[in-house]
Write a protein that binds this ligand. Structure first.
Ligand code: HEC
Ligand code: HEC
Ligand code: HEC
Ligand code: HEC
Ligand code: HEC
Length: 396
C-alpha cells in the first residue's frame, strides 16, 4: 500500500496541471454558432468531437478494460485519459483518498465525480481546447502531454491564426502555434501515447519527417478564401480571409484512405516482391496502437481464382502476465509493422503453380481482430475495411 501511495503523490505533484475555469458563454460550441456556423458544423462531424466516454465505443471499452485489469476506479482512469481526450476537465489527477472513497462508494458528490459529469466534456476536443491555449511548453519532457503541456489563457480570449482580427463577442490574440507552427499544437496530444507499464506504443512526433506540407494542410485542407466569421465586420460585408476546414478527417474516413499508400509488384523467380510506399510524413498506420493494414492476394488462372491469402500488418501486445492484451496495458509488443514516413516496406510471397495473374489489394482497419475480441467491440466501423489501393501482375 505504501508504494502505491508514494507513486500517486509523486504523479499529482509532477502533473499538477493548472485549471482555468471557462465562462459559460464560451464553454460549448453552441455559443460559437451565431458567427462561426460553418466551422461548428465541420468540427461536429470530426472525431475530435467524438472523443468522450459516451461517444466512442472503442475509447469507452478501453477505459472499462483498463479499470477492470488495473483495479483502479473507472473515474480515476477517465481522469487520466482526459489529459488528452477531454482536456478542459476541472480535476487533473486523482489520489489514493479518492480511490478508497470510490471502492467504498462514498465518492458521490466528490470533486472528481462533479468534474466528470460536467456536460462541456461531452464535446471532447472542442473549440476552447485548441483556441484557449496561451502557451505550449514544447521544451518539457517528451512524456508530458495534453493538459500537462499547456497553459490556458484567461476565459474569453480566443487565440487564433490572425494578427489583425477583432470580435465583439470575445478577445482575440495571435499565436504562432495557430499559424506557421501548428504542428506544435497537434503534438500536444498526438505524440508519446503510452501504456500503464510505460511502453510507448505511438509517437508521431519522433517518426515525423516534415516535408513541404504540415498537419493542417492535409487534415484541415488547403488554405481557401472565405469568411472566418459570418458577422458583417468589413464595411457592411463579411471579411474575406484565408481559412481552412475543421473536419480533421483521418483514420475513420474512407475518403482519406484512397491512395494514402502506393503499391507495386515484381516477380523474381518463384517469388512475388510487394513494395508498399508511404508518401506521407508520418508512419501509416500511426496514431493508435492496434491499427492494421491488410494485404489480400488472389492468384488467378484466366478469370478463375486458384487460391487466395491474406497478410496482416499490425502489432500484438503482451501484458506483464504474458497474455495477449491491448496497447494501454502492454509491457511489450511485437515489431512495428507500419510503413515508415516517406519510406517503404518490402514483402516477399511465393507464386502459386499454374497461376497466370495475381491481384493484390491493400486495406486498413481501425483495430485488429485480437484487440476487437478482447474488448468485444460491436459497432460495424471497427470491422470495416477501408480500401487504399490495388494492383495486379502478370506472372511468368
Ligand atoms: C484541434 C484543434 C482545433 C479545434 C478543436 C478547433 N480549431 Fe479552430 N483552428 C485550429 C487551427 C490550427 C486553426 C488555424 C488553421 C490555419 O489557418 O492554419 C484554426 C482556425 C480557426 C479560425 C480562423 C478561420 C479558419 O477557418 O481558419 C476560427 C474562426 C476557428 N478556428 C474557430 C473554431 C471554432 C468555432 C471551433 C469549434 C467548433 C474550432 N475552431 C475548433 C484548430 C482547432
Ligand atoms: C457575435 C459573433 C461571434 C461569436 C458568437 C463568436 N465569435 Fe469568434 N470571431 C468573431 C469575429 C467577428 C471574428 C474576427 C473575424 C475576422 O477578423 O475575420 C472572430 C474570430 C475568431 C477567431 C480567430 C481569432 C484570430 O485572431 O485568429 C477564433 C479562434 C474564434 N473567433 C473563436 C470563437 C469561438 C471558439 C467562439 C465560441 C465560444 C466564438 N469565436 C464566438 C465573432 C464571433
Ligand atoms: C487536446 C489534444 C489534441 C490536440 C491538441 C489535437 N488532437 Fe487530434 N485527436 C486527439 C484525440 C484524443 C483524438 C482521437 C479521438 C477519438 O477517436 O475518440 C484525435 C484524433 C485526430 C485525428 C483522427 C481523426 C480520425 O477520423 O481518425 C486527426 C486526423 C487529428 N486528430 C488531427 C489533429 C491535428 C491536425 C491537430 C493539430 C492542428 C490535432 N489533431 C490536435 C487529440 C488532440
Ligand atoms: C501530406 C499529407 C499529410 C500530412 C502532412 C500529415 N498527415 Fe496525417 N495522415 C495523412 C494520411 C493520408 C493518413 C491516412 C489516411 C487517414 O488516416 O485518413 C493520415 C493519418 C493520420 C492519422 C490517423 C492515423 C491512424 O492510423 O489512426 C492521424 C491521427 C494523423 N494523420 C495526424 C497527423 C498529424 C498530427 C500530422 C502533423 C504532425 C499529420 N497527420 C501530417 C496525411 C497527412
Ligand atoms: C498523450 C495523449 C493521450 C492520452 C493520455 C490518452 N490518449 Fe487515447 N488517443 C490519443 C490520440 C492523439 C488519439 C488519436 C490517434 C488516432 O486517431 O490515430 C487517441 C486515440 C485513442 C483510441 C482510439 C479511438 C478510435 O476511435 O479509434 C483509444 C481507444 C484511446 N485513445 C484510448 C485511451 C485511453 C483508454 C486512455 C487513458 C487510459 C487514453 N487513450 C489516453 C491521445 C491520448
Amino acid at each position: 500500500m505504501k508504494t502505491v501511495l508514494a507513486i500517486f503523490l509523486a504523479t499529482s505533484v509532477m502533473f499538477g496541471a493548472k485549471v482555468v475555469e471557462v465562462d459559460e458563454r464560451f464553454q460549448k460550441s453552441q455559443s460559437c454558432k451565431a458567427c462561426h456556423l460553418r466551422i461548428v458544423k465541420e468540427w461536429d462531424e470530426s472525431w475530435h468531437a467524438k472523443s468522450h466516454y459516451e461517444s466512442d465505443e472503442y475509447f469507452r471499452a478501453t477505459i472499462d478494460y483498463v479499470s477492470r485489469k488495473t483495479r483502479k476506479s473507472l473515474n480515476g482512469v477517465k481522469v487520466e485519459c482526459a489529459a488528452c481526450h477531454n482536456p478542459r476537465i476541472s480535476v487533473t489527477s486523482t489520489d489514493m483518498n479518492y480511490e478508497i472513497m470510490a471502492v467504498m462508494e462514498l465518492d458521490k458528490g466528490s470533486k472528481v465525480n462533479q468534474a466528470l459529469s460536467s456536460d462541456t466534456l461531452n464535446e471532447g476536443i472542442n473549440c476552447i481546447v485548441c483556441h484557449n491555449i496561451d502557451k505550449i511548453h514544447a521544451d518539457k519532457d517528451a512524456s508530458i502531454r495534453g493538459i500537462h503541456r499547456v497553459e490556458w489563457s484567461k476565459s474569453g480570449i480566443m487565440t487564433g491564426p490572425y494578427n489583425d482580427a477583432s470580435s465583439p463577442y470575445h478577445k482575440v490574440e495571435h499565436r504562432d502555434f495557430m499559424s506557421n507552427n501548428s504542428e506544435q499544437l497537434c503534438f500536444v496530444c498526438h505524440a508519446n501515447d503510452k501504456s500503464v507499464e510505460g511502453l510507448v506504443f505511438t509517437d508521431m512526433q519522433s517518426e515525423y519527417q516534415k516535408d513541404k506540407k504540415s498537419c493542417v494542410d492535409c487534415h484541415m485542407g488547403e488554405v481557401q478564401l472565405g469568411a472566418a466569421a459570418s458577422l458583417k465586420i468589413d464595411k457592411g460585408k463579411v471579411k474575406e480571409r484565408e481559412i481552412r476546414g475543421h473536419g480533421f478527417s483521418g483514420a475513420h474516413s474512407a475518403g482519406m484512405w484512397e491512395d494514402a499508400l502506393e503499391l507495386s509488384l515484381l516477380q523474381q523467380g518463384d517469388e512475388i516482391v510487394i513494395t508498399i510506399s508511404n508518401p506521407q510524413p508520418h508512419n501509416i498506420p500511426s496514431g493508435f496502437g492496434s491499427r492494421e493494414l491488410i494485404l489480400d492476394l488472389s492468384y488467378k488462372k484466366g478469370l478463375s481464382e486458384l487460391e487466395n491469402s491474406s497478410i496482416s500488418l499490425t502489432r500484438h501486445y503482451t501484458s506483464k502476465r504474458d497474455k495477449p492484451t491491448i496497447p494501454h496495458l502492454a509491457l511489450s509488443s511485437t515489431k512495428d509493422m507500419s510503413i515508415p514516413a516517406n519510406g517503404t516496406k518490402i514483402l516477399k510471397v511465393p507464386t502459386v503453380k499454374g497461376a497466370t495473374f495475381v491481384d493484390v489489394k491493400l486495406s486498413f482497419r481501425l483495430v485488429n481482430d485480437e484487440v476487437k475480441s478482447i474488448l468485444n467491440l460491436k459497432e460495424a466501423i471497427w470491422s470495416e475495411k477501408f480500401f487504399i489501393v490495388s494492383t495486379s501482375l502478370k506472372l511468368k
